[in-house]
Ligand binder design. Structure first.
Ligand code: SRM
Ligand code: SF4
Length: 564
């Protein structure tokens, strides 16, 4: 195995804390692209250079440069934003991007199709709206996600504040972002302490943190590098169970890469949670694989050294031991649609958005509808890790007005949509994602009606079934946690995976490899028939598949209920 450092390590080390030649490259009028090295650094600033893959062949034939444009991702801790921010983001989508806003599976926004000269004004406008894009991508701690309806109780609000605090504390401290995007003055003295946590080479790979508040696992806490499970007793936030080493990404045909659920390694009180997160990040910084990026995530570090050794190292650096994990229980990892009342009498409306894509298409005018809502809404918005939106903190006398706007723009599908549609998540894939092997977001509207028809024929229209589509095995829709998942292999071909649970605590397994739509439907038909005829009261589809032996349950168990 090579121990030579990957090229990205050189790029980071030479970048002077993420500056590289980005400023110059952005000014270069000869090309719509930037250099390879700068593109790698750009990720740390929240953006990727992409090209429109629908146009790739045609442009090659015409001997033209690919249709380059940038994807930009905001860093929105816990997915919370104000109506004023919404209006800015919406304007940027129409003025500088492709006229759509995309809610991601990590509860933030992406803009696609921004041309080079518009990147800087877009980032500057996001900054003016008091948001940022720093560290939305790159080898750093990403946007910290958390259960997005944290105003249900005082303890929920506190948990949300911890998530936001972690996100801020763990974000990079380099001034490069200000210098490049906001015309901040370069620091005269090249800083020695610009990145106290990250140093000059940052982390070996991305690092994701998420905080879940049981019984909702709506962020998929076991898919995080560092998952925090809030322990609330008698309405009081006692602390967090700490789970490490979750991750989804894999490579077809390479058994040394795999999805893994995070392992719970202890409990920590809130006042120590930042220290624990910093220590876990620091151990991964020092122990993670910097030669082979495929093996650089924390999950591989932990599997290489063992959970006990990793935990011991974290505790050594902390100078104290973690307490034993506390009991917890998750009900499900989906969203709760419709209106929910918070403990303070404010109301929250969750709308279901297909693939999180806010666009005006036919009768469903998501972009316009949400803009209208942002114009009148006095609370805030919360994006969810299932790519949905919550109109949060609504006074009771505002509900009817909000409902009217929702209905007028055709956004009330959540009331009548089938169970599988309400629980479907699809990653972006084509045409913007450079790694996509098959369609995902654009395939969902085609496959859903066929699955619905099949389910309906067995009286299962309302059965809540988690469907996850990804255009490749990187797993951006967290497909390995889908009761049914399609993972792209090639144009029109997918691996069909089955049997995850409804709580994000059991991975699914491969059922058919490299199959087309006809084979997918053919494989599912008898399983739906069996489920309709033989399921137990309240039994979910994935659990049924495991109980009936269709899928062997070899997934690593995740500690669920520990004796209190
Ligand atoms: Fe992802 C890379 C989109 C959540 C695992 N992901 C990409 C890129 C940037 C492609 C690239 O590297 O060139 C995709 C951009 C597509 C586009 O055109 O917009 C992309 N990932 C997304 C989003 C937008 C999917 C979505 O439909 O919502 C999600 C953005 C989240 C955010 O706001 O930060 C997104 N990606 C995820 C998740 C889910 C999660 O974190 O909960 C995962 C699985 C969890 C994990 O990280 O293990 C995920 N994305 C990956 C990987 C595989 C990483 C690995 O360890 O192997 C890649 C590829 C890579 O990093 O090399 C990737
Ligand atoms: Fe792209 Fe693959 Fe992620 Fe889908 S899963 S967005 S195809 S990298």
């Amino acid at each position: 195995m090579s121990t030579e450092l990957s090229d990205l390590e050189r790029i980071k080390a030479e970048s002077r804390h993420l500056r590289g030649t980005l400023a110059e490259g952005l000014r270069d009028p000869v090309t719509n692209a930037i250099s390879e090295d700068d593109n790698k650094l750009l990720k740390f600033h929240g953006s990727y250079l992409q090209d429109d893959r629908d146009l790739r062949d045609e442009r090659r034939r015409q001997k033209l440069e690919p249709a380059y444009a940038f994807m930009l991702r905001a860093r929105l801790p816990s997915g919370v934003l104000t109506p004023a921010q919404w209006l800015v983001f919406d304007r940027l989508a129409r003025e500088y991007a492709n006229g759509t806003l995309r809610i991601t599976t990590r509860q933030t926004f992406q803009w696609h199709g921004i041309i080079k000269r518009h990147l800087k004004p877009t980032i500057a406008a996001i900054h003016e709206a008091l948001a940022t894009t720093i560290a939305a991508c790159g080898d750093v701690v990403r946007n910290v996600v958390s259960t997005p309806n944290p105003v249900e109780s005082e303890a929920h609000a506190q948990a949300y504040q911890w998530a936001t605090y972690l996100s801020e504390e763990l974000s990079p401290k380099t001034r490069a972002y200000h210098e490049i995007w906001l015309d901040g003055e370069p620091l005269v003295d090249e800083p020695k302490q610009e990145e106290p946590l990250y140093g000059t080479t940052y982390l070996p790979r991305k690092f994701k943190i998420g905080l879940a508040i049981p019984p909702l696992n709506d962020i998929d806490v076991f898919a995080q590098d560092l998952g925090l499970i809030a322990i609330i007793e008698a309405g009081e936030l006692k602390g967090f169970n700490v789970a490490v080493g979750g991750g989804m990404g894999a490579t077809h045909g390479d058994g040394s890469t795999y999805p893994r659920l995070a392992s719970v390694m202890g409990f920590v009180t809130p006042d120590r949670v930042l220290a624990v997160a910093e220590a876990a990040v620091a151990v991964q910084r020092d122990w993670g694989n910097r030669s082979e990026r495929k093996h650089a995530r924390l999950k591989y570090t932990i599997d290489k050294h063992g959970l006990a050794a990793f935990k011991a190292e974290v505790e050594k650096r902390l100078g104290f031991a973690l307490s034993p994990e506390r009991a917890f229980h998750f009900d499900h990892n989906g969203d709760r649609y419709g209106w929910v009342e918070g403990s303070d009498g404010r109301w929250h409306l969750t709308l279901q958005i297909e693939s999180g894509r806010l666009a005006d298409v036919g009768e469903r005018r998501w972009l316009t509808g949400l803009r209208e809502l942002a114009n009148v809404h006095q609370g805030d918005f919360r994006l969810t890790c299932n790519q949905n939106v919550i109109i949060a903190n609504v006074a009771v006398d505002q509900r009817a007005h909000i409902d009217a706007i929702v209905a007028a723009h055709g956004l009330d599908g959540y009331r009548t949509d089938s169970g599988i549609r309400r629980h479907a998540v699809a990653c972006v894939a084509l045409p913007t994602c450079g790694l996509a092997m098959a369609e995902s977001e654009r395939y969902l509207p085609a496959i859903l009606p066929k699955l619905e028809a099949l389910l309906e024929s067995h009286g299962l229209r309302d059965a809540p079934i988690l469907l996850r589509l990804s255009g490749c095995p990187n797993g951006c829709s967290r497909p390995y946690l889908g009761e049914i998942a399609l993972v792209g292999r090639g144009p029109g071909r997918y691996d069909l995976r089955l049997g995850a649970d409804f709580r994000g605590q059991r991975l699914n397994r491969s059922y058919r490899e490299n199959v087309d739509e006809a084979a997918i439907l053919e494989a599912l038909a008898p399983l739906f028939a069996g489920y309709a005829a033989e399921r137990l009261q309240g039994e979910y589809f994935g659990d049924f598949l495991v109980r009936s032996g269709v899928i062997a349950d070899q997934a690593k168990p995740v500690v669920d209920e520990v004796a209190a």
